[in-house]
Design a protein around this ligand. Structure first.
Ligand code: GLC
Length: 663
């Protein structure tokens, strides 16, 4: 029996609120293993007791404002520590840059210990309690988090829970034949069950790591390896694994991590005869982990990495009463964005957004144009069927278009895991390179560069129009191009995702202040959008959102309404100038210029966009914020204007004087 009396009142209160549910769900997974359950509860207490006071204070603040992460002031930036600042301390030194970009959410890519050459970009962890020594120490992580918190920045870190590296201590002991540790993984004496599982389980890396199992020579057994052979799947049927992994997660929380990215969430529970994805037990595990955070560190959020079709993604939010993840990636919108770029046709995107707009506003999506992974073509092919689009051919068309293989296309992507058998290749590349900027610069063709930049900025405007948290991949804010150096790197050459994971170019970043450079044009463009998004309530996630019919299949129209502000956002996904045949009666202002603009028959240049805003608060006058934002400009104009008038006046005075003298 768990005796609550010894617990501190705060911990006790939080535990009491969800104790029955935790116990019930735990028993659902692990039967009546009372010992394991009690261990779990005392482990929670251990991490609560060890949590430092400043983090507990933050927890209390966030408990009082549980939607603290959903405002329109949130902007994320994702980066590899080594690429951006070499070490954790290096990142700390560059926090001002992150602030300047307007980011207040920092996703640091995996930084725990791995084995060089067998790390899958950090996703094969060999020690969950140790930072990769090249990047720093656990103390450095705590120090960075303290610094970030003092600057209003939250930190997101991956928790790679589906597997460990084959060099993790548990794996080493399993290899050495220790049964207790073999039971922490999915070991099989022969290939019978693995072969049966292969019939129903799809492959994640069909080309770079075919199959879901590997032979372990040391143990003379077969082990499950859904991802790379050196990433051993953990056995969550074993409560010890769940207890110890939850403790590992809480340890990261106690080092100041605010958002835990649950890596490869859908994969963590395996059952024979299924595809081993999104099984009900996965939801039970995630729900218990959510409650573990509620009890120990309620300021911490769970972000699920669920790269699946929408019907599989949304259930990971749980219900409003029994939430699982607070945040999920808006992966289908991301993939549909690039489909829309390649086809210039917005009908799929409208269909996709209609689904997103219908969801409860409490569901917070992380929106992004691209991340550290490839772009997988998980589109709604049932919808596309009506246009005669066939899945395999369409994927080829998208890849060919965005990698510049079709005459006249300028994307510079590369394929990822091209599996000719399934015709299911995915795509890599930085946003700027996919937009054709790299090709334009290479060909020294200014109009192509201009066009690429227009497309790049329009995509960012679309990203920032969506409710939720926009995440920019570090480097995209200055239009960084593909990094081809991985081709000759013996540790990276076979993984084309490194094409878009290049080191941040600090020298090029200096150009962001020079308006004539690529970096300057993109940086200034995105900055303006970021500032407007933060300044206007209409971008709040609580806003009503709807599709605006533009009567033009190249133009996507989105409406937003919140607290008396109405916004019409229009995006031209085609390379020709187009008109949005809308006819909105209110008085609108173009947010990009601050000037009044009619919201009827709005013309947009190729890859252009418009952010139009109308206010019902100010007697239909110019929204206050817009007046403030453009005040400087207006004031400057006024000064110029008054100087001009003054000098005109002077000249005419002189003239008059002269005239008078002549007289
Ligand atoms: C996630 C990561 C990906 C990694 C995989 C295996 O999908 O985003 O980069 O390869 O998990 O850990």
């Amino acid at each position: 029996m768990v005796n609550f009396d010894s617990f501190e009142p705060e911990f006790r209160k939080r535990l009491e609120q969800c104790y029955d549910e935790i116990k019930w769900l735990y028993a659902e997974l692990y039967g009546n293993d009372q010992q394991a359950f009690e261990y779990f509860v005392f482990m929670l207490h251990e991490y609560y007791a060890a949590r430092k006071e400043s983090l507990k204070e933050l927890d209390r603040k966030r408990e009082a404002d549980p939607r603290w992460y959903s405002g329109n002031d949130m902007l994320g930036m994702q980066m590899y520590v080594n690429c951006f600042g070499e070490t954790l301390n290096g990142v700390s030194k560059h926090l001002n840059y992150i602030k300047q970009c307007g980011a207040n959410y920092l996703h640091l890519m995996p930084l725990l210990q791995t084995t060089e050459g067998k790390s899958d970009g950090g996703y094969a962890v060999s020690d969950f309690r140790k930072i990769d020594p090249k990047l720093g120490t656990m103390e450095d992580l705590s120090a960075l988090s303290d610094r970030c918190h003092s600057m209003g920045i939250s930190i997101c870190l991956d928790f790679v829970m589906n597997h460990t590296s084959e060099d993790h201590e548990w794996a080493r002991r399993a290899k050495a034949g220790e049964k207790e540790y073999q039971d922490r993984y999915l070991f099989f004496d022969n290939w019978n069950i693995p072969n049966d599982l292969e019939k129903t389980v799809p492959q994640v890396f069909p080309q770079t790591a075919p199959g879901n199992f590997s032979w372990c020579e040391e143990a003379h057994k077969v082990v499950m390896t859904t991802f790379y052979p050196y990433q051993w799947d953990l056995n969550y049927h074993n409560p010890t694994v769940f207890n110890d992994m939850t403790a590992n997660m809480l340890n990261l929380c106690n080092h100041g991590v605010d958002i835990i990215r649950l890596d490869a969430t859908p994969y963590i529970w395996k059952t024979l005869g299924t595809n081993c994805r999104n099984l009900p037990q996965v939801h039970t595990l995630v729900r218990i982990m959510h409650m573990a955070c509620d009890v120990v560190c309620p300021g911490t959020l769970l972000l699920g990495e669920v790269v699946m079709e929408p019907s599989k993604v949304v259930p990971y939010f749980g219900t409003v009463d029994r939430p699982e993840c607070q945040m999920l990636y808006n992966v289908t919108t991301m993939a549909s964005t690039w489909h829309t770029v390649a086809t210039g046709d917005v009908r799929l995107m409208k269909h996709q957004l209609a689904g997103v707009f219908a969801l409860p506003k409490q569901y917070t999506f992380l929106n992004y144009l691209r991340c550290h992974d490839d772009i997988g073509w998980g589109l709604d092919y049932d919808f596309l069927k009506q246009f005669g689009i066939v899945e395999a051919e369409h994927k080829k068309f998208l890849n060919d278009t965005l990698s510049g293989k079709i005459y006249g296309t300028d994307g510079r992507g590369e394929l990822y895991n091209d599996d000719p058998r399934l015709k299911d290749a995915r795509l890599c590349g930085t946003t700027a390179s996919l937009c054709g900027i790299e090709a334009g610069e290479y060909e020294l063709t200014d109009w192509k560069v201009d066009r690429g930049i227009r497309l790049d900025l329009m995509l960012h405007a679309f990203l920032l129009t969506q409710s939720g948290i926009p995440i920019i991949y570090s480097g995209d804010e200055i239009g960084q191009l593909n990094d081809y150096s991985y081709h000759t790197d013996p540790l990276k050459w076979d993984d084309s995702r490194f094409l878009h994971r290049g080191a941040f170019d600090w020298k090029a970043a200096v150009n962001r202040k020079k308006p004539e450079t690529r970096e300057g044009r993109i940086y200034a463009g995105i900055q303006k959008l970021v500032k407007l998004r933060k300044a206007f309530d209409v971008f709040n996630s609580e806003a009503d959102t709807w599709l605006v019919e533009a009567y033009n299949d190249h133009i996507l129209g989105i409406g937003r309404f919140y607290k008396g502000q109405k916004m019409i956002a229009l995006f031209n996904f085609s390379d020709s100038d187009e008109t949005a045949w809308i006819n909105e009666s209110e008085r609108y202002y173009d947010m990009m210029t601050g000037e009044e603009r009619n919201a009827s028959a709005v013309s947009l240049t190729s890859y252009g966009f418009a952010w139009l805003i109308s206010s019902f608060k100010d007697d239909e006058s110019k929204p206050k914020k817009l007046t403030q934002i453009y005040k400087v400009k207006t004031a400057a104009n006024d000064v110029k204007a008054s100087k001009k008038t003054a000098s005109k006046a002077k000249t005419s005075k002189k003239k008059t004087v002269k005239k008078t003298t002549r007289k």
